[in-house]
Write a protein that binds this ligand. Structure first.
Ligand code: SF4
Length: 391
């Protein structure tokens, strides 16, 4: 068996470990690119939400490279993600790829443990001898997902302080490579020190006081740099520090009902959105309120064109929350037509606006500030802030 799955930004590192440790060969799709998106656009229903199209292209590229099994997450709604796998399978067969099988991986509620059966199905065996491999593959997957989040957290902070543009990107790429290659208990136990050590050696200017921006939105768009026009890097290179809690790990912990940070965001969002309507709607609203209360300088909301849940979040923020919390926000709706120049201009204007606002507020009393808030964000987020100060 030669298995594949959509990359979703850097998440492929964790998925690859999960599958390989079951004894199955992995064929990685090409990273999302213009050609793959073109294939997706050509073969997809016109008004399907945008992530459907690049992921379809990615799956096609993996089939071209010899994959014979597609592993695709499925859900029971509430948004269109519920039908991605079945429609993509049909489209690929109609396009002439008929020698593959698609194994759906149900992620609706990971506590019902249906994914265990799916992993056995992927491995092609179900004997007791597989259990040690199975446990190892799940543990390594979880560890790598967490480290991917840590790399993302450190990247969001350090890039705003780097003296030589591009250094942070080099460190991130090298860490991703190292994490992919690390497949021992000891190596994985110590990997957080590797992340910290690599970032400690970055040449930074710690006297800077970068703008702090919360980044949130639909998960695929938020994690896949090709489709979000590399918004994290662009903002960082404009001297903006990024706080992004959305990651593969964040999602998995939520699906195991262990994500207390998400529960906090749900609590904040409840008066405006009392239920999960799909996508990240509830948590985007919660994060907007949370970031505003923490004294952030701005908020960026990215979502795919025609994504109903995210458009709902946008409407609630614009019509209700903006008036209450007064946190500047910019929205980016991404699709195959998104162009870099207009995007960059809007981003630069937003950064100028935040700078002007900060200058204006200098002599006013700021309600709270994350500069002085030692409890904001995850433990690792706080550690990274300390590393910057100690450098
Ligand atoms: S969250 Fe939005 S983009 Fe993602 S599958 Fe649902 S409707 Fe589509």
């Amino acid at each position: 068996m030669r298995a594949t799955f959509p990359r979703m930004g850097t998440s492929w590192v964790a998925f690859k470990t999960l599958i390989e440790n079951l004894g199955v060969e992995v064929v990685l799709p090409e990273p999302a690119n213009r050609e793959l998106v073109k294939f997706g656009v050509k073969h997809s229903p016109e008004f399907v939400c945008f992530p459907f199209k690049p992921t379809l292209g990615e799956l096609k590229s993996a089939l071209d490279k010899g994959a014979d099994t597609i592993i695709m997450a499925i859900d029971c709604g509430p948004c269109r993600f519920g039908f991605y796998a079945s429609v993509q399978e049909r489209i690929l067969r109609d396009a002439g790829y008929d020698k593959f099988r698609l194994i759906p991986l149900d992620q609706a509620d990971l506590l019902n443990f249906q994914w265990v059966q799916t992993l056995f199905k992927i491995s092609g065996k179900s004997s007791f001898s597989l259990y040690p491999k199975f446990v190892k593959s799940v543990l390594y997957f979880l560890k790598k997902a967490k480290y991917l989040e840590d790399i993302q957290t450190a990247e969001g902070i350090f890039r705003a302080y780097e003296r030589n543009q591009g250094d942070t990107t080099k460190i991130v790429n090298s860490l991703l490579h190292k994490l992919d290659e690390t497949n021992t208990n000891k190596g994985l136990r110590e990997f957080r020190s590797v992340i910290k050590n690599d970032f400690e050696h970055l040449d930074i200017d710690k006297t800077r006081k970068p703008l702090k921006v919360g980044l949130a939105g639909e998960i695929y768009i938020s994690l896949e740099p090709y489709v979000n026009l590399d918004i994290r890097r662009k903002l960082g290179e404009m001297g903006v520090e990024i706080y992004q809690c959305l990651s593969l790990w964040d999602w998995i912990a939520h699906k195991f009902h262990l994500n207390y940070h998400r529960k906090w965001l749900e609590h904040l969002a409840k008066p405006y959105m009392p239920m999960d309507i799909g996508g990240e709607c509830v948590w985007v609203i919660g994060q907007y309120i949370d970031n505003a209360k923490a004294g952030f300088d701005g908020f960026v909301h990215s979502y795919p064109f025609t994504c109903m849940p995210e458009v709902t979040a946008r409407t609630i923020i614009t019509n209700k929350l903006k008036g209450i919390y007064d946190l500047p926000i910019i929205y980016f709706s991404f699709d195959e037509q998104s162009g870099i120049e207009g995007f960059r201009t809007r981003l630069e204007a937003f950064v100028d606006l935040m700078r002007g606002r900060r200058t204006k507020k200098k002599n006013e009393t700021i309600k709270s500030s994350i500069h002085s808030n030692n409890n904001y964000g995850s433990h690792f987020y706080q550690e990274c802030l300390k590393l910057v100060q100690q450098s």
